[in-house]
Ligand binder design. Sequence first.
Ligand code: DX5
Ligand code: ZN
Length: 215
Amino acid sequence: MTKIAASLLSADFADLKSEIKSIEQGGADWLHLDVMDGHFVPNITFGPFIVEAIKRVSRLPLDAHLMISDPLKYAPEFAKAGADYITIHAEVIEDLPAAVERIKQLNVKVGLSVNPETPLDKALPAIEGIDLFLVMSVHPGFGGQKFMPEVLDKVRQLSVLKEQGKTNALISIDGGINPETSHQARKAGAEVLVAGAAIFKHQDRAAQIKAIRGE
Ligand code: DX5
Ligand code: ZN
């Protein structure tokens, strides 16, 4: 069954607790937390301090998406703050299998992400040991951007790798997911759909979540 990871980036941060409750009641499966450093991406969001605060008000799994240049330096702090999944970008890592191993030692699940222009090959050396593969379907940095259908090839390739038993990673997609684009993503094999604007910019969160899930 398709999981919906609600990206808090488009939530009202002055009212975070009720925003989180609304998507919990609306049926979201995970909370997706976009951490940006103003270096790997041209935007700055929040760090472990906010993750820790969110952990105190939600029981949903926290999916920390680290769009930062030095994820290995900060991963321990995110693990300590309560992240359940820590996803790092393949673009900033030289020795991917070693990086995945280091994050695993923090007793969290490990995710690996690639930007739209990064080929899947870049991540293949570490594909065996990861729990989540996050395919970016926009250039990371901002919520509310337009879905890039050309990345669906990577989702399809990952589905084949899964069928062949080469990875057990959940296939996730992030950026521009809404009730229309989610259909293509699900058809290609995406199992965890990240959605921000399509959920938080609408009053009826339950209806949006349902529609994105394809119900
Ligand atoms: C983009 C982030 C996404 C973003 C998705 O850099 O990684 O998680 O919040 O937002 P929407 O669904 O609005 O494209
Ligand atoms: Zn994200």
